[in-house]
Write a protein that binds this ligand. Structure first.
Ligand SMILES: NC(=O)c1ccc[n+]([C@@H]2O[C@H](COP(=O)([O-])OP(=O)(O)OC[C@H]3O[C@@H](n4cnc5c(N)ncnc54)[C@H](OP(=O)(O)O)[C@@H]3O)[C@@H](O)[C@H]2O)c1
Length: 337
């Protein structure tokens, strides 16, 4: 059994980790932290977990029993993991869900996150944990930086096209998130009356996931026009990517390109023109589809922001790092309706 701890176990990403790891046959959830609920039982804060984790109480993050854990998930707001990691023992594996270790250029990190990178040498220890493009690096890693939810959707949608040299000029990305993407602390932008039946843009050109997309794709930043929206659902990322191709392509050729890259991937499904956030909810799948008209191509990717966009992908990374079958704890069909 792998003894894991979850820093930020009371947040949406942390609670999703608990939910997945409860059904993982090789994991013992030994420790969870909260800022506001120290001493409270997990099932008292989250009644849906009653009967599953009755022994476990939230601790303060600084009381992490690092020497008795094998692996620590960090599901804290940006800026915390980079302060915490240097104090952890070297033998402890770490998977960080925040943006702290995703960007290798400290100047770019500071530009998009508004805070300096604490120690660029610590950042260099981390592998970017997107298994579909980086599986062998993850397998050898002890420190994994889990990608952002928007970034996962967009990198997976564009990677075969950019690497195959299919794209001419800029890609326009229009991507929408559900409200759980903003975490469990209420804000004006997540308040129910504002959010329900609404759709509004935020952070034009400047979303913090843009640099990790550019870094992973090697596609110049000025060629990715990236726009995020808040959408009126709780879970889900729906990303649309519009571009011009170097030469006309048929639907079969586009499908063939994606199948060549992802045909054996356990968590990617080709859905042609039927992407829908309803059909990935509560699952680790990314559904990808496309429509093409000559040289004009639209690619859609949809995922559950708390699963493939956060906790599901973190467990997928853990499975790879620990040598477990990659889908352990994750092989469930999406929930619909
Ligand atoms: N939500 C998503 O869809 C998503 C997707 C991908 C990545 N992420 C990233 O994952 C991380 C966690 O996101 P989330 O949505 O789970 O956030 P969240 O719901 O706001 O949870 C944050 C967690 O951190 C704890 N925390 C907050 N401030 C703290 C402090 N000063 N010291 C110690 N602990 C503190 C919170 O404890 P209390 O709540 O008990 O105060 C909670 O457990 C973030 O970096 C986020 O960007 C989130």
């Amino acid at each position: 059994m792998v003894k894991v701890g979850i820093a930020g176990g009371s947040g949406y990403g942390g609670t999703e980790l608990i939910h997945i790891l409860l059904r993982h046959p090789h994991v013992d959830i030994a420790w969870v932290s909260s800022q506001q609920h120290v001493g409270k039982a997990v099932a008292e804060l989250y009644p849906h977990l009653r009967g599953f984790l009755d022994h476990l109480k939230f601790s303060a993050v600084q009381d992490v029993p690092a020497s008795s854990l094998d692996l620590l998930f960090l599901a804290l707001p940006h800026g915390h993991a980079m302060k915490m990691v240097p104090g952890l023992p070297d033998r402890l594996a770490v998977i960080d869900l925040s943006g702290d270790f995703r960007i290798s250029d400290p100047a770019v990190f500071e530009e998009y996150y508004g805070i300096p990178l604490e120690d660029p040498e610590v950042q260099k220890r981390f592998v970017y944990g997107l298994p579909e493009i980086n599986r062998e690096d993850v397998r050898r890693a002890r420190y994994v930086s889990n990608p952002g939810c928007f970034a996962t959707a967009t990198i997976l949608a564009l990677y075969p096209l950019v690497k195959g040299g299919w794209v001419e000029g800029p890609v326009f990305v229009d991507t929408k998130t559900g409200s759980s993407g903003a975490g469990n602390s209420p804000t004006a932008g997540t308040h129910h009356p504002r959010r329900t039946n609404s759709l509004f843009p935020y952070k034009p050109f400047r979303h913090q996931h843009l640099p990790e997309i550019v870094q992973a794709l090697g596609h110049p930043a000025n060629r990715v026009v990236f726009q995020t929206y808040s959408a009126p659902f709780v879970r889900g990322i729906f990303a649309s990517h519009y571009m011009t191709l170097r030469r006309p392509a048929s639907p079969e050729e586009v499908r063939g390109l994606f199948m060549d890259h992802y045909g054996s991937e356990p968590f990617i499904r080709w859905v042609a023109d039927k992407p829908d956030v309803n059909y990935v909810r509560h699952s680790n799948f990314t559904d990808i589809g496309a429509a093409v008209d000559g040289t004009y191509l639209i690619v859609w990717s949809v995922l559950d922001n708390l699963q493939k966009g956060a906790a599901g992908q973190a467990v997928q990374n853990m499975n790879i790092m620990c040598g477990f079958p990659e889908g352990t704890g994750l092989n469930l069909a999406p929930v619909h309706p």
